[in-house]
Write a protein that binds this ligand. Structure first.
Ligand code: SAM
Length: 277
């Protein structure tokens, strides 16, 4: 890693914050490195060749490296999976190639202590908060299972975290890794342009985002809310905050329980909900 310079220590952020956060990446010019261990690396080509992830790579803010687990096998068939002990349907990914791939990446990058994340429907539910935590890391590794899953010794002795993207079962961890990586990359400082911001996005502050409108002002018989055309930034911000609160109360009331709202906001939500009944 590039040593921090005096220039960076004179930045507007305290040195401890600079060193411990993704701002380090931006200031040092070292891209976040993401290694993916999987059976089907080609699946990542198209999703990461467009839009924000592509732009982040082109701008040197992130480097995504895929590894085929089969390349770390030693038999001529490239056997990466085997029958489950105890019987049962399907195959299980073997531990040796996954450990070897991980150790190889450690040697290559000279960094051993990196988050090694297994995608699994049994993991902790992935959230925007976890995405923000991961976006502050200099390096990440994702392990994608397939078939019936991965030999448990990988989870027990190699991975540092297990993430699930929802209570359903995918065929493999590749799509889950894409979901996680996409949401992490857009939070790396400098990835989103100044006209794009993640701050108001749903789940960033625990609320759903307010409704958005664009031209035309009138479409069929439906008009854009007049406040958005008023040019009054204070009123627009207040309207958006109230819409966020109302939307969250209607669609995801469970999210409101985790927030500290003012008495005024709580009263406003209560009045709005009763007027909608
Ligand atoms: N037999 C496993 C179980 O019941 O827990 C499911 C295996 S699934 C068919 C194959 C792989 O897809 C998993 O090893 C995991 O990597 C990935 N996967 C499936 N569903 C997922 C989810 N909801 N979140 C993250 N990864 C998932």
């Amino acid at each position: 890693m590039v040593p921090i310079t005096d220039e960076a220590s004179n930045s507007f952020l305290p040195l401890s914050v600079v060193k411990s956060s993704a701002w380090w990446q931006l200031l040092s010019g070292v891209p976040m490195r993401i290694d993916i261990l999987c059976l089907f690396p080609e699946m990542f080509v198209s999703p990461f060749s467009h839009s924000i992830v592509k732009r982040a790579e082109e701008n040197g803010l992130v480097e995504v490296v895929t590894h085929n687990i089969r390349d770390y096998t030693h038999d001529r068939h490239g056997t990466a999976d085997d029958y489950p002990y105890g019987g049962g349907a399907g195959m299980v990914l073997k531990p040796e190639p996954i450990f070897e791939a991980s150790e190889h990446i450690g040697q290559l990058t000279g960094v051993q202590e990196i988050p090694r994340i297994l995608l699994t429907p049994q993991g902790r539910p992935f959230t925007q908060r976890i995405a923000a935590e991961l976006a502050a890391q200099p390096q990440l590794m994702f392990i994608c299972g397939h078939y019936e899953g991965v030999d448990e010794r990988v989870a027990e002795h190699m991975v540092t975290d297990e993430l699930s993207i929802g209570d359903y079962v995918l065929t493999g961890g590749e799509i889950a890794a894409m979901v996680v990586i996409d949401s992490v990359v857009r939070l790396i400082p400098g990835v989103l342009g100044s006209d794009e911001s993640a701050a108001d996005d749903s789940h960033s502050e625990g609320l759903l985002e307010y409704p958005q409108y664009t031209r035309p002002e009138q479409f069929r018989e439906w008009n854009v809310p007049p406040v958005l055309l008023s040019g009054n930034h204070g009123e627009i911000a207040a309207w958006r905050r109230r819409q966020s609160l109302l939307r969250t109360a209607l669609r995801r009331p469970d999210l409101l329980d985790k927030l500290t709202l003012t008495d005024k906001e709580l009263a406003w939500i209560s009045d709005s909900l009763s007027s909608q009944r």
